[in-house]
Design a protein around this ligand. Sequence first.
Ligand code: CP
Ligand code: NVA
Length: 301
Amino acid sequence: MNHLLKMSDLSKEDIIDILNLADQLKYELKHNIPHKHLEGKTLGMIFQKSSTRTRVSFETGMYQLGGNALFLSSKDLQIGRGEPVQDTARVLSRYLNGIMIRTFEQKEVEDLAQFGNIPIINGLTDYCHPCQVLADLMTIREYKGQFDGLKMCYIGDGNNMANSLIVGGLTVGMEVAAACPEGYRPADDVLEFAKGYGDKFTLTDKPLEAAANADVLFTDVWASMGQEDEAEIRRKAFAGYQINDEVMAAAKRDAMVQHCLPAHREEEITSKVFEEHAAEIFEEAENRLHAQKAVMVKLMK
Ligand code: CP
Ligand code: NVA
């Protein structure tokens, strides 16, 4: 494993290895056991979009690992004025030991990896959000003990979260059911990937069908970063694609709820369900820190 560009870069063994290390690092942090695996190393963090969790968890994580993190807003970098990614990659490779990038196009992340010679970590693109899904899988395993026999349900936009959850969930052995409205389905290559898992994957436009007997339910915002102009159209398209009491009643009684955050209450999730499952949702947010530390150690040590 040289980079983390998308979920399908990882085998089941890679994911389990990362989660095992993440569990260990979480234990070590809670027990004040030093784990400075990246002393003297620097991570550059390029942001073309806003962030609370990704920025703070990577920066804090790097500090806890004994290294240093640089926040690089694309507004201040020459990349924001048109310097090619190919050149940026070759320059930054000479200063840094790794780059985390949050941007729009997946191709930009792939180009950084192709032209640079240091590990690249995808901190979210329009296409996928692998760091988030590693934290999600970590949280599911923490609560449920294993993945086999579990059903994951995703309700909402077939966006970056849906794409990564479908690939990640199927890879670790879960059944995955997605409910997305027509016109807002997951990426074609993700649906192609899912075909390889036969009836372990289902795609419907009926949220209750996807939620039936689910062990863990996911949703995400109706309008992602960069889609603010479409918010009104999307509000109409996604009406009914909400995690609420009715959806929860279709799932298993002990079903968990996960949300990558930020959440829009009364849109994709009701306030009531959100607050009833807040413990799991904020554990999921915390696990971003541990899962990403594991990724950085695997890639940069
Ligand atoms: N879930 C997530 O990536 O949050 P941020 O946008 O705050 O980083
Ligand atoms: N789908 C959301 C996820 C935010 C973490 C977005 O891209 O804005």
